[in-house]
Design a binder for this molecule. Structure first.
Ligand code: C5P
Length: 232
């Protein structure tokens, strides 16, 4: 799988999103559409961005009973997106059902990626709120192994965890890593960050970058810099 930069289009509406994408006249970046934009503008937004020639990671993080997730994934698969995700927490049975739902009649399907523990969850909250009394990294690696067992393609994780995931699940198992910042850039609310170059060294397959690109005065320049540092 070729390394790529995915731009997190964390915008509130269609107009802002298309205005942003219009700036890219020479390239068609891989984009991530999350809950905010999807819930505001619906599947039509996905079709419109797809029709413009972009690859799409639909970041809706499904988690429900296996039958419900299977049916929802079948709907998302028809949108012709390239990557979707779910919570590994939903069990191996749920992940297997998701794969079934996602697989189109011709055997093709979008990549299916699992969220392990959200990066916003601390060791303390995991123990108190979820009653899981193991080291967080061990829990993340266990969820990654469950995702692999279910037949998924990879996990969302911190770039700093990518190497360990590959050790546990193999190099072909994809790591999709947010929390990426340019050297000297504003970290914002992200805690465990790496530069695109460092993420490449550690072995990330895809980096997800939002604000370092979307909030830059020159988003196309920032995207090109990320591609140069990470994907070349
Ligand atoms: O603006 P920034 O580069 O921090 O955006 C990162 C994107 O990745 C956001 O859309 C955020 O919701 C998402 N994400 C994350 N950490 C995770 C999973 C998703 O930052 N563990």
């Amino acid at each position: 799988m070729k390394r790529d930069v995915i731009i997190a289009c964390d915008f509130a509406d269609r107009a802002t999103t298309l205005n942003f994408l219009d700036k890219f006249t020479e390239e068609k970046p891989f984009v991530k559409i999350g809950m905010e934009l999807f819930y505001a503008e619906g599947p039509e937004m996905v079709r419109e961005i797809k029709a413009r020639g972009h690859k799409i990671f639909l970041d809706l993080k499904l988690c429900d009973i296996p039958n419900t997730v299977k049916k929802a994934m079948a709907v998302l698969s028809k949108l012709d997106v390239d990557m979707v995700n779910l919570h590994a927490f939903g069990t191996i049975d749920m992940m297997k059902a998701a794969l079934e739902g996602l697989t189109r009649p011709d055997g093709t399907r979008p990549l299916l990626i699992a969220v392990t523990q959200l990066t916003s969850t601390s060791q303390e909250r995991m123990e108190h709120d979820q009653m899981i009394y193991k080291p967080l990294l061990e829990v993340v690696m266990h969820y990654a192994a469950c995702a692999k067992e279910a037949g998924l393609d990879g996990v969302v994780c911190s770039p700093l965890e990518a190497q360990k995931v590959h050790e546990v699940c193999g190099n072909a198992f994809l790591t999709v890593t947010p929390g990426v910042r340019f050297a000297g850039g504003d970290v914002g609310d992200q805690v465990r960050v790496a530069t695109p170059e460092r993420a490449k060294e550690i072995g990330s397959d895809f980096i997800v970058m939002g604000r370092p690109i979307t909030a830059d005065a020159d988003p196309v320049g920032a995207y090109r810099r990320a591609m140069k540092e990470f994907a070349e």
